[in-house]
Design a protein around this ligand. Structure first.
Ligand SMILES: *Cc1c(COP(=O)(O)O)cnc(C)c1O
Length: 433
């Protein structure tokens, strides 16, 4: 519990919003209207689930439609942003976001597909070394992906998938325990694949330390960055991460089901022995149309791409990445820490009067924009009432976790205040102030 008294007045939130902050780009986003409460717009704290639409996205999409209208097939080479090399425009900003060299990154497919394509290369089980390590409360898709991948390679998912559990009575993992598990099973672990920021608890893992120990025991290490990309600073190259994948529709605001990202460390890009699933987009673009039966894979993460990308879905990713480039992650993270610090203070104050429990670690190194709260009531019904009665959009995860994520590009201190005020109203019948 915080020993600092927090100013819970609404006016204070408005004062904080009155201070200019170049990392706030709220006016560049379309904020959904509220369905209830006193304010016209929602307090949208669900950007960790689906980010909001940048105003510039529509024009960018229309430009690609216009090019198709005007050029037909010749758009591949003649469009203002030609389709054939379109993904090149996304490479550098995406690389900056995750701390990678440009050739280590490619925007393609969706997240789970990318996890499978990367596991095909980096999970190379032997009879003894065949385990994959994942966190016990991993997002379901990741669990299914590793279980199915293990089974595909002829191993038993019930024994080959090692699930990291927090200590009894704790909600999040301790780095030292993760490291101990890796050392305890050093000879049987082939691959470690964990969420860099856990979707449920909001915990940021010590990616650098865990990657180093994974390598020490002879495993490959990959990170699911669905909740990390655009949220916390990443240095995938310097951390020596083998592979990573992330979606772009959460903090990256590229729209529902938007195209995902993938990272392969440069160390692996020149390794001809690494097996890979391939398609015509894996091969060198210079000879792609020669239609050789044998590919000439590129020495970049593009070697993992298969198909020509869905151009109409690329523009929104481009728009979004430009915003991150303009603001820069250091400034955004700084704003994010101030917003979550304020939100945490309000929640701790509410916790003195209402049966809620903060699940996300308080330490800045171990949380991003999301604070998860355990409640003792039907969390879905609670989230519905917060929306209907107060215009607050939060995200509920059954059975008892509410996730509140003030995405720093468009959320305000007043949004945080409204969220905790709504929670307080619903749980205690009184507001927060
Ligand atoms: C959001 C999320 C997914 C979703 O997978 P898609 O393939 O994009 O549908 C998967 N894993 C994690 C950890 C997520 O947070």
């Amino acid at each position: 519990m915080s020993d600092v008294t927090i100013d819970t007045r609404e006016d204070h939130a408005l004062e904080l919003d009155g201070q200019p902050d170049p990392a706030s780009r709220r006016s560049d986003f379309l904020i959904p209207p509220a369905i209830g409460g006193d304010f016209p717009l929602t307090a949208y704290l669900a950007g960790n689930s689906l980010g909001l639409q940048p105003r510039a996205t529509r024009a960018e999409l229309m430009a690609d439609l216009d090019a198709w209208e005007e050029y037909g097939v010749h758009g591949h080479s003649e469009a203002d942003r030609p389709w054939f090399p379109y993904h090149e425009a996304l490479r550098e900003p995406a690389a900056r976001l995750v701390g990678a060299e440009p050739r280590e990154v490619v925007i393609m497919n969706s997240l789970t597909v990318n996890l499978h394509l990367l596991l095909a290369s980096f999970y190379r089980p032997t009879a003894i070394r065949h385990r994959i390590v994942i966190e016990d409360y991993a997002f379901s898709s990741d669990s299914y992906a590793v279980r199915s991948h293990v089974a595909l390679r002829g191993h038993d998912p019930d024994t080959a998938v090692l699930r990291l559990r927090p200590r009894a009575g704790e909600d999040t993992l301790r780095t030292e325990d993760v490291i101990q598990t890796l050392r305890d099973h050093a000879h049987s672990i082939a691959t470690v694949m964990i969420g860099g920021v856990n979707y449920l608890t909001g915990e940021v893992m010590d990616m650098q330390a865990i990657t180093a120990v994974g390598h020490e025991i002879g495993a490959t290490v990959g990170w699911d960055l669905a909740h990390a990309a655009g949220n916390v600073p990443l240095q995938l190259h310097d951390w020596d991460v083998d592979f990573a994948a992330w979606c772009t529709y959460k903090y990256l605001n590229s729209g529902p089901g938007a195209i995902a990202g993938a990272f392969v460390h440069s160390r692996h890009l020149d390794d001809p022995t690494l097996p890979r699933l391939e398609g015509w987009w894996s091969t060198d673009p210079a000879s792609r149309f020669e239609m050789h039966p044998v590919s000439a894979p590129q020495r970049s993460a593009d070697a993992w791409s298969l198909s020509n990308p869905p151009i109409l879905a690329m523009g929104p990713v481009h728009t979004s990445l430009l915003i991150f480039d303009e603001v820069g992650l250091p400034a955004l993270r700084e704003r994010s820490l101030r917003l979550t610090g304020y939100l945490r203070g309000l929640l701790e104050s509410l916790a003195e009067r209402a049966p809620i429990q903060l699940v996300t670690p308080a330490d800045d190194d171990h949380h991003g924009a999301q604070i998860s709260v355990r409640v003792q009531t039907d969390v879905t019904a609670l989230a519905d009432r917060m929306s209907e009665n107060w215009g607050v959009v939060a995200d509920d995860r059954k059975p008892d976790i509410m996730r509140l994520a003030p995405a720093p590009l468009y959320c305000t201190f007043h949004d945080c205040w409204r969220a905790v005020d709504a929670l307080s109203q619903e749980l205690t019948g009184e507001g927060i102030a």
